[in-house]
Write a protein that binds this ligand. Structure first.
Ligand code: PLP
Length: 485
């Protein structure tokens, strides 16, 4: 296995825009002013911000070069567990750029927005069909925003029933956003541990569920890559005490159109369109986290809601029990268009097939690599598999070293050190859009890294060697980013 050409070749040095700028350069020329000048109030004009003067060429080259430093799904395999970094079909972009969609202004009246309202209405119906739920809001802008929406719905439901509750059960495999969303709504997150098979047991949930507990948040399939097989019993336990069940649907890519989440007892479920439904993901772009509910929670959905009457679509806020608005206008509509395009271009049968292939690919990697890397739960997985660095620890090589070394082979590293229940976790999610050849290349790279851990551990500690930025101080980079000279 050689390091790939993807990581060699021409990489420009790139200075900051402030270093490129030169007094007097301009990016465009304005026509002569032919109307009287109206100067805004000087007190609003800051003169000290020191923006660089740049030409169009300066700007285009700067950003094009920076974009070449980046790694995305269009550049190579991106097996980031729990994030479903599948390929984003380009037809979705074409559809979102159709002038009728792209030029639609959010302040247009409903009568001039029938096409886009219908698209949203249809998308809601597709999502209910795929999940087995009854109603949907498309407003939340991300999964975490969907969780917030769900917790607000839990709260509104219990208040309507006449008694606020104070706790939420959250499994030890949950994504960090779950307890955070619960806490944002004033709930105390109570942890419940998964068993030796990496799933929840009814007994463990029954032991913590009581009448002061608003409900449980369950990720299914969970972040160890396993289906929560006891979900119906767990839901029944929570419902029997008057609680609700929140489904974190971030991992729905394993079960699109295959598992009926309503029948599993899920009351509220978020989807991540930027994971399961192939819309662009990462880089700070917009996402969407639609929230599906069962019938009894429909009155609490955010407003406005898209409704249909006699073939006409309107946005209605006439829902007195609603938790209110969660996003300006109607969420990230451009993302909704892309996801709708994905669903329609796939069709029901192919969505199911995509999930099956995603599961097959993850199991293939698990079987091929389990002799080389410690597999803490050796069972059939869903969309992702989780290894640890236990076998490499004897050479003092860690998950971080191996993740960094993968970059030299032209792969984005998997999710690391999560879920927290596996020490030194490497969580690999190939998705259905990688070919057998690409997955085999990934496996070969992982095997070589394991050999290097034994034979040349210093190579790994020094990795990646082919990047401009090699091992940044990630805490410092997040807390104190250096954004200008
Ligand atoms: C990605 C993810 C989330 C959060 O979703 P965002 O869209 O990133 O806000 C929540 N739970 C799980 C299990 C996830 O993988």
């Amino acid at each position: 296995m050689t390091e790939t050409s993807a990581t060699t070749g021409l990489i420009f040095q790139e200075p900051l825009l402030w270093e490129i700028g030169k007094k007097g350069r301009i990016g465009f020329s304005m026509p002569e002013n032919d109307v009287p000048e109206v100067l805004p109030d000087q007190k609003w004009i800051r003169k000290d911000i020191g923006l660089p003067d740049l030409s169009e060429v300066n700007v285009v080259r700067h950003f094009t070069r920076l974009s070449q430093w980046n790694f995305g799904i269009d550049a190579g395999m991106y097996p980031l567990g729990s994030c479903t970094m599948k390929y984003n079909p380009k037809i979705n972009e074409r559809l979102a750029f159709l002038p009728g969609f792209a030029d639609a202004h959010p302040l247009l009246p409903d009568c001039l927005s029938q096409g886009i309202l219908r698209l949203m209405f249809d998308l809601q119906n597709y999502l209910t069909a795929i999940t087995g739920m009854d109603s949907v809001t498309l407003q939340p802008a991300a999964g975490a925003h969907g969780e917030l929406c769900g917790m607000l719905i839990f709260h509104a439901y219990h208040r309507k029933k006449g008694k606020d509750r104070s706790r939420i059960i959250v499994p030890d495999t949950a994504h960090g956003t779950n307890p955070s969303s619960a806490a944002l709504c004033g709930y105390k997150a109570v942890s419940v541990t998964t068993n030796e098979n990496g799933i929840l047991t009814p007994e463990a949930v029954a032991a913590v569920m009581d009448e002061d507990t608003a409900g449980i948040m369950v990720t299914n399939p969970n972040t160890l890559g396993f289906f929560e097989e006891n979900i119906r019993e767990i839901s029944a336990i929570v419902h029997a005490k008057g609680g609700l069940v929140y489904g974190d649907g971030a991992n729905m890519n394993a079960v699109m159109g295959i598992v009926d989440m309503g029948a599993c007892g899920i009351d509220v479920l978020h989807l991540n369109l930027h994971k399961t439904f192939s819309t662009p993901h990462g880089g700070g772009g917009p996402g969407a986290g639609p929230v599906c509910v069962r019938k009894h929670l429909e009155p609490f959905l955010p407003v406005p809601r898209v409704i249909e009457e006699d073939g006409r679509f309107t946005l209605s806020s006439d829902f007195p029990d609603s938790i209110g608005r969660l996003h300006a206008f109607y969420g990230n509509v451009g993302i909704l268009i892309r996801a709708c395009g994905y669903i329609l271009s796939m069709g029901a049968g192919n969505l199911k097939e995509a999930s099956r292939l995603a599961v097959l690919n993850a199991n293939y990697i698990k079987e091929k690599l389990k002799k080389t890397f410690h597999l803490p739960y050796d069972r059939t997985c869903m969309h992702e598999c989780v290894f640890s660095d236990k076998y490499q620890n004897s050479s003092k090589i860690t998950t971080l070293d191996m993740a960094k070394r993968l970059i030299d082979f032209g792969f984005h590293p998997p999710t690391i050190y999560f879920p927290l229940v596996v020490k030194g976790a490497m969580m690999i999610e190939p998705t259905e859009t990688e070919s057998r050849e690409e997955i085999d290349r990934f496996i070969a790279a992982m095997e070589q890294i394991a050999r290097e851990a034994e034979e040349q551990p210093d190579l790994l500690r020094d990795a990646p060697r082919k990047c401009k930025v090699r091992r940044p101080d990630e805490v410092q980079a997040a807390r104190k980013p250096c954004l200008c000279s």
